[in-house]
Design a protein around this ligand. Structure first.
Ligand code: MG
Length: 363
């Protein structure tokens, strides 16, 4: 047995070198993770191989991120960037939910909890209600022969869909998606907005399969709905974007689902190489190209004074982010801001259809 133990570390030494306590190592082994390389049959003492240190560190970091043991086991067998990225998104969602809860708690504390208010919870809730005021602009651009972008601009829902597949598929996909999302979303919840996006996906997919000239059509979808009186529900598929201006800073609320964005996330492409990449417009996700769709969804607290921008890639490809920031924080009204954004894209070449929705959050 001793020859088998050669080169192995007893559990104490492995614990010191990995930073994981013997108790934790035993609990991992019980869950099927990081089993000891050998166990002394007489003493029951556990031994680990030096090569297991790397796996121990991976497991420990994933546990620090609160990834469940069962999922860690799956990740070790399938360490794909997509699977890990889903956990990054989950952490962001959890963070947003906690921030939203803290914001509600802060507002409740400001309102107070005295007996004189205990019988009027609806009045308290009213103090948190915010409203959306929005405007939209679209332009065919200087190159394309048709405008396949579509937008929604309602008091509880703003959205952009950038159709693809060429005429008539592209505009059919974006028009159908806007119609279904508008019909299916009443402002109830983030879940309702996701269900609306999934309903649009099924409708576009089935329509594409039913008519030869529509085969292969699809669309992006970036939708922001006002829910629970004071939250922004954000659902995104593709490379249309949502930005939030708050307290003088610009934050992109969405992640692009493009091949180049994936390569940047994986460290295989530098951000400054994206613009010249020949496949920069290739999407990794879209509405209507498969029976089911993988959505990004998140809720954000809406604050009075927030300004939102939704845009198709015609804007984000032709207008640098620092220009978007300066135009979005210029204190111009919504219509002037939307005009200036689209005009800048046209002046930069107007290589694609360009569509924006600009919205203000007010009390
Ligand atoms: Mg486009």
């Amino acid at each position: 047995m001793l020859s088998v133990m050669d080169g192995l570390m007893p559990i104490g030494e492995f614990s010191d070198r990995s930073g994981l306590s013997p108790k934790r190592l035993r609990s991992y082994a019980a869950a099927g993770l990081l089993p000891p390389a050998a166990v002394d049959p007489e003493s029951g003492y556990r031994y680990y191989a030096p090569g297991q240190l790397h796996e121990a560190r991976v497991i420990d970091e994933l546990r620090r991120a609160d990834v469940p043991l069962a999922e860690i086991s799956t990740l070790l067998h399938d360490p794909s960037p997509e699977r890990l990225h889903r956990w990054v998104r989950q952490v962001e969602l959890d963070k947003d939910e906690r921030r939203a809860a803290l914001e509600r708690a802060r507002q409740l504390l400001e309102v107070g909890s005295g007996a004189d208010r205990a019988d009027s919870p609806i009045d308290e809730r009213k103090e948190q209600v915010v409203h959306l005021t929005a405007t939209t602009r679209t332009d065919i651009g200087r190159v394309r022969k048709a405008n396949e972008d579509r937008a929604l601009c309602l008091d509880h829902l703003i959205a952009i869909a950038d159709g693809m597949g060429g005429p008539p598929g592209g505009e059919t996909a974006s028009t159908l998606t806007m119609a279904i999302v508008q019909a299916a979303f009443s402002g109830r919840s983030l879940d309702e907005l996701q269900a609306a996006a999934r309903a649009a996906n099924v409708a576009v997919f089935e329509r594409a399969g039913a008519e030869d000239q529509l085969e292969g059509m699809g669309t992006t979808l970036c939708a922001v709905g006002l829910v629970d009186a004071d939250e922004l529900a954000v659902v995104n598929v593709g490379d249309s974007r949502a930005y939030l201006v708050r307290d003088g800073s610009l934050q992109q609320l969405t992640t692009d689902h493009t091949l180049v964005a994936e390569l940047v996330r994986q460290g295989e492409l530098a951000q400054d190489e994206v613009a010249a990449h020949p496949q920069r417009s290739v999407l990794t996700r879209a509405v209507g190209v498969a029976p089911t769709v993988d959505l990004d969804a998140a809720a954000h607290v809406a604050c009075r004074g927030d300004r939102l921008l939704l845009c198709s890639d015609g804007l984000s490809n032709d207008v640098p982010e620092d220009v978007i920031f300066s135009l979005m924080t210029s204190d111009r009204d919504l219509d002037a801001t939307a005009d200036e954004l689209v005009d800048y894209a046209l002046a930069s070449g107007g290589h694609d259809n360009t569509t924006v929705v600009v919205a203000d959050v007010s009390a």
